[in-house]
Design a protein around this ligand. Sequence first.
Ligand code: 13P
Length: 231
Amino acid sequence: MSTLDHEALRKAVVETCRKMNDLGINQGTSGNLSVRIPGGLLITPTSLPYERMEPEDVVELGFDGTYQGRHRPSSEWRFHRDILRAREDVDVVLHCHSTFATVLAVHHKEIPAFHYMTAVAGGTTIRCAPYATFGTQALSDHAIAALQDRQACLLAQHGAIVVAKTFERALWLAVELETLAKMYVHALTLGQPPILSDEEMGRVMDQMRRMSYGQAPDPEGTNDVPRPRPS
Ligand code: 13P
């Protein structure tokens, strides 16, 4: 992340937000996005639709809660700041109200290991954080707890958060989360599906780590995947 200067990061924030809309995981003024910079973060402004947002609209926020910019930062600046401050493994925080993730969240339902892909968020479940009013410290505290050892969580009666090292990975994970949520909602119409055991999910997670599953092939050649034949 630090290899891009602030101007490039602002552009990347706007592009990623527009892709969220194009991918159908966000609409209107819901959702927000942030990226780590030294001493703080760049974050989307509050209440500005992504179609109208320009790189100069992105707000610079310090970890101390002070901001610089022509708009106020997203109303969810607390959880963006707190996650980035607490998690060295995270550089990008994406929040959206994608439909099926939110359908589960309004029922305070977590996503269990009904499908092996639940493991893409880092564990045997994708938790649902308890409800708290948007923009509050309570919501931020609940989100941090639900994201422990995870890269995604649901927020009760609200939406979802995904965290990642890059914008691309965050978008990918947000789409995976929405797809899992959609499959789970449909699966529930036939009754409660069987759940994979913790032991099997452990094997799935090992396999995902070994294969760098869902990530571009490793140029170092350490991934346990077939190598192209030298010509
Ligand atoms: P902001 O426009 O303030 O980012 O709020 C959108 C949202 O999703 C609140 O949770």
